[in-house]
Design a binder for this molecule. Structure first.
Ligand code: NAP
Length: 479
């Protein structure tokens, strides 16, 4: 039984009150949980794939039944109403989608044949699930990011323990009820609440780790995983660039850029965070962007109305304000919006557009994670590409040009894992279809998307048989 002083308070992003509490497991209890999961994984991993899929589909049905309760909890976690109530259905689609594609993906990964080096040797591959996967997830998309990696890992046959962020953990209670509805799954999937200390302790227990979060924490996680020689899959921040060419449809460009800048109050890893616009259309683009920005309303006081909700993590508002202050102090111009405002205990920010920005400013180099769109003019295509690639990050990017071919030509030269052409911020579209690597500080450890999103949870083994007669076998070992 945990003592009251072990509890951690959780702030409500709309009221500013601490109105929820979580109790992290003690290190001893965490160890016991992991041992239980390990024991159950042996049978889970040995089940035929079709049986694991049947269990996962029952979980999808259970989430659908509890979707309202999960959405309600996540809406308090994040301050966002509509998106929070869409997320349970996105997770359900994710489970059903992976269940559909997994058999063929696994089939294609199972290789067999004859050695090209020793013709007498035949081989067959075996996929062995990693026994216990740890998932450490951030506050900005609580349920989705707690399960994005867990779903394919469970289908692969792993047991999974998830540690979501202490900032947004309310969704765990109703989600745990959906897991409890499916006893075979409850034996191999557990959510634990806690802060960074629980995350660190978790790394000591697991066989591989999926982390989604900031670069600073990712570095600590990578070091801890390296100390244990366990694989670490790190998905970190971004500073996504969008390039708008002289030939672009400016209405399309402004719509795409604005949506991908302010969606979820800009608290999405692949939000558009900087825009490079050809000088010949810069002013017209900014005018359209400002017009569209001014049409957006704060989602206050009614969480079901408006477009831009509160900052989920209160300290984020101060970071975004500091980026705006730094830009204005160095000569940037505020075209619309402005710094955060406090309403009813929550911190809100209107869609904000900055012009006359440079790469000396934080708003063009550090992750802002707010509804801010800084716009910079460029003269040549080479300059646009150089500016877009001048970043510590490389998560995703966007190009809006006269046509897809022009956009593709520029997109191919951008150092980012997922490049949207003629739109922005659509990375999630390829989740189960195409692989992408992060560039620079945005990630490490192979694609979480496409076939590798599932296959990375297997240790690949090769079983080899030598069919040579005894006399020929000796030849293999001769010096
Ligand atoms: P964060 O502060 O790095 O936290 C991420 C997770 O790590 C949380 O669960 C956190 O727990 C935990 N943690 C903190 N310290 C730890 C430690 N020493 N050892 C192990 N775990 C530890 O990130 P965040 O602020 O929650 O999330 C925002 C960041 O995530 C942004 O940079 C965003 O770009 C990035 N992100 C990336 C992607 C992607 O796919 N690339 C997607 C979404 C978000 P507590 O919160 O409880 O301290």
């Amino acid at each position: 039984m945990a003592a009251a002083e072990d509890r951690l308070p959780v702030r409500n992003p709309r009221t500013g009150d601490n109105d929820y509490w979580i109790t992290p497991p003690s290190p001893k209890r965490l160890h016991e949980i992991c041992q239980e999961l390990r024991a159950a994984q042996v049978a889970w991993g040995a089940r035929p794939l079709a049986e694991r899929i049947a269990v996962m589909l029952r979980w999808a049905d259970a989430i659908e039944r509890h979707a309202q309760a999960i959405g309600d909890a996540e809406a308090i976690d994040t301050g966002r109403w509509k998106l929070s109530h869409q997320v349970p259905h996105m997770v359900v689609d994710g489970i059903r989608g992976w269940c559909k594609s997994a058999p063929a993906l696994i089939d294609r990964a199972l290789l067999s044949g004859t050695s090209t080096i020793y013709p007498n040797v035949s081989f067959q591959s075996q996929l062995k699930p990693i026994p216990l996967l740890g998932v450490i997830s951030p506050w900005n998309h609580p349920f989705l990011l707690a399960t994005l990696d867990a779903i394919p890992a469970l289908i692969a046959g792993c047991a999974v323990v998830v540690k979501p962020s202490e900032i947004a953990p309310r969704f765990v209670e109703p989600v745990q009820r959906t897991v409890d509805d499916v006893p075979e799954l409850a034996a191999v999937l557990r959510f634990i609440t806690g802060d960074g200390r629980t995350g660190q302790a978790l790394i000591e227990e697991v066989d591989a780790l999926c982390f989604t979060g900031s670069v600073g924490t990712g570095r600590k996680v990578a070091v801890a995983c390296a100390n244990r020689f366990i694989p670490a899959f790190l998905e970190m921040g971004g500073k996504d660039a969008a390039v708008v060419t002289a030939t672009a449809d400016l209405d399309r460009a402004a719509t795409a850029v604005l949506r991908s800048s302010v969606f979820a109050t800009g608290q999405i890893c692949f939000s558009t965070e900087r825009v490079y616009v050809h000088e010949s259309v810069h002013d017209a683009f900014v005018q359209k962007l400002v017009e569209k920005s001014n049409q957006l309303e704060l989602s206050y006081p009614d969480p079901r109305r408006g477009h831009i909700g509160p900052f989920t993590f209160v300290r984020q508002a101060a970071i975004v304000d500091a980026h705006i202050d730094d830009a204005l102090a160095q000569g940037a111009r505020l075209a619309c919006g402005g710094k955060s405002e406090q309403l009813g205990g929550g911190h809100y920010m209107r869609a904000t557009v900055l012009t006359e920005v440079t790469h000396a400013m934080k708003v063009m180099t550090e992750e802002t994670f707010g509804p801010v769109t800084p716009v910079m003019r460029y003269r040549t295509e080479e300059e646009a590409i150089a500016l877009a690639n001048d970043s510590d990050y490389g998560l995703s990017a966007a190009v809006i040009a006269g046509d897809v071919e022009e956009a593709r030509r520029i997109g191919e030269r951008l150092d980012a894992g997922a490049v949207a052409l003629q739109d922005a911020g659509i990375t999630i579209a390829i989740l189960r279809d195409a692989e992408k690597n992060s560039f620079n500080l945005s990630g490490m450890g192979g694609s979480r998307m496409g076939p590798n999103g599932l296959l990375r949870f297997y240790r690949k083994k090769a079983l080899m048989a030598n069919h040579a007669a005894p006399a020929d076998m000796l030849a293999l070992g001769e010096a």
